[in-house]
Every structure is written in C-alpha cells, then in structure tokens.
Design a protein around this ligand. Structure first.
Ligand SMILES: [Zn+2]
Length: 315
C-alpha cells in the first residue's frame, strides 16, 4: 500500500470549501462552477465564452435555478450540463457530499449512510453513488508496466464457513482479478472463471509484457503467460509457507484485495454481480489517487464526472 495518509489539511483550500458546498446549494453550485470552468465559463453547447448568469427580473439576484445563457447560441444551461448529474434532480450539495465521502472513505461509503446524512431517499442515494462510481471509472487506461503483481480472489456473496473446502468455486462469490504496478496503479477485472486462459487474456489486455516482470503466487494458471514476460515471472509458494523471496512477493496486490474485501463485507452487504465492477472502480480510483490529499482526490473525482454523461449505460 501507499504511504499512510497523514497530511495536514491546513494548506488544502479545497477541503475547507467542501463542507460548505455540502451544506448550502448556492455554495455547491458556485463550487462546481469554479471547478469546472475556473475563471473562464464557457457554453457547453458551442464553447462560446460570451455567457452570463441569468437573473431574476424582480430582484436582480441570480436565478434560483442557477441558469446561464449563451450569447453565441442562445441556449440556457446549468453546471450540470454534460456531467453525470445532468438528468438528476438531486440537489448539487448532496452530490458534493457523495463525491467527498466516496473519494475520502478508505473502505467506501454506503447509500444508507448518504441517505441518513443528507435526507435524500435511499434509492436516490444508491443512484448517486452508482453515478459517482461511474465517474471514477478509468475511461482511458494505458498499459501497466514494470513489476506487476497479479492475483485473483472471490468476493461478495455470503461469508465463507469454516471447513468449506473450496472458497468461491460453486458458490455465489464472484471471481475478481487485480493487477498492481508496484508503486503505481491498480487495475481490476471481474472475471467469469480463473482458468489459465482467462487470466492470460486479461493480462494481455492490460500489461505490456516486454517491459515487465510478472509476480504471482504459485497458481499454475500464470505459468504459460509468465513465459512471455521480458523480465521474467517470479512466483512464491504460499502452500510451502513461502511469502517472500527477495523482492518476489504478491503482498501489494493482496493488501489491495484486503481493503476491497473489508469494504465490501462491512459497507456494501449485498453487491450484485452486475454492479460489482462499479464498486471495484471506486476502490481502484482511491488507490490510484492515494498520493493526493483528500481535497485533491475529491476534485479529481468531480472533474472525472465531466463529459461522462453520454457514456453512462445505467449499470
Ligand atoms: Zn453556446
């Protein structure tokens, strides 16, 4: 795992603004507008920068629905346009709260908690968190390279009982694979099975083998694909109680899985198979942004929401 997060928030202006944005709708709108457009608001339809905030004709104050109007194309819009918030009526202050909590809670945040803290319905909270997870999903991941630890595990379903001989196989648990660059990024995949063929297929899709070394446990499923790695394949034998040999180990990927499992078991009691990849995106996002402060990580998630609306397929 990355270093322990113990950074001071004193010099993190964002983390000081976020609580206010979570409590007040005007503050939330202005916060999101600033994050999205900075000092140069532009029309999301035509890109024209000749835009203005619409005002109430009686009071002269900004309109209660926070609309903007574009001189160029005459369209009206709000900061929601073109983001994962677009077709939702949930107040933006609750979206800010959801992004903040999902970006900073190590094990994740449950819809029940968001429901209790904000007052939005449980269903709305669930909807919002799914969208936030979608925003967090990596839309243009490049190949991993270097020292890559790869492992697979089973998550979800009921807890395993003592004496159950085959964890995962034949139960409601779902197989998941993770590939972690040492000191770098993680990538997860929900997989149908853990055969050598499936593992190799996913590895080929995500890793540049020429420049990399594969690090795994003794699972024979990695042997054939391991031979294609330019810098070799190191495997430790867990069954022989060998966990580390020199720098050959899979502790990083196992550490990642243990956070995922503690989160899924403790926070998300019943994650369906169809949604599992979204939950994994959330863990992946926090891991891949672990060096950022809480405020910077929250902003990175909010920025990632921009332009994602059209891609969302509702799962
Ligand atoms: Zn325009």
């Amino acid at each position: 795992m990355g270093k322990v997060q113990n950074q001071s928030t004193k010099h993190d202006p964002v983390i000081q603004e976020i609580p206010l944005a979570c409590a007040d709708e005007t503050a939330a709108v202005e916060f999101l507008e600033k994050q999205r457009w900075g000092d140069h608001p532009a029309c999301p339809h035509c890109g024209d920068t000749s835009v203005y905030q619409m005002t109430d004709s009686k009071t002269g104050e900004r309109q209660a629905n926070f609309r903007w109007r574009c001189h160029g194309c005459k369209s009206q819009y709000t900061v929601r346009k073109g983001t994962v918030f677009e077709d939702s009526r949930i107040p933006l202050r609750h979206w800010c709260y959801g992004f903040w909590r999902a970006s900073t809670s190590k094990k994740g945040v449950s819809a029940l908690e968001i429901h209790r803290h904000t007052g939005v319905s449980y269903k709305s909270a669930l909807f919002m968190l799914h969208r936030i997870r979608f925003a967090m999903s990596d839309s243009s991941p490049g190949n991993l390279s270097g020292d890559i630890e790869v492992d697979e595990t089973y998550v979800g379903g009921k807890p395993r009982y003592k004496g159950q001989s085959k964890p995962g196989r034949g139960t409601k648990k779902q197989a998941v694979m993770a590939m972690v660059e040492r000191k770098g990024r993680v990538r997860t995949k929900v997989i149908a099975n853990v055969t050598a063929k499936t593992l190799a297929k996913e590895i080929r899709k995500s890793i540049d083998p020429k420049a990399s070394r594969l690090l795994t446990d003794e699972n024979p499923g990695y042997r054939a694909i391991g031979k294609r790695f330019g810098r070799g394949h190191g495997a430790v034998r867990h069954k022989g109680k060998e966990y580390v040999r020199g720098d050959i180990h899979s502790n990083t990927v196992e550490g990642f899985f243990s956070i995922v499992k503690r989160g899924l078991n403790g926070i998300y009691h019943a994650v369906s198979k169809e949604h599992l990849h979204r939950y994994l995106s959330e863990y992946e996002f926090r891991y891949n942004h672990r060096e950022l402060s809480d405020g910077e990580r929250t902003l990175a998630a909010i920025k990632a929401a921009d332009g994602k609306r059209l891609l969302y397929k509702g799962t």
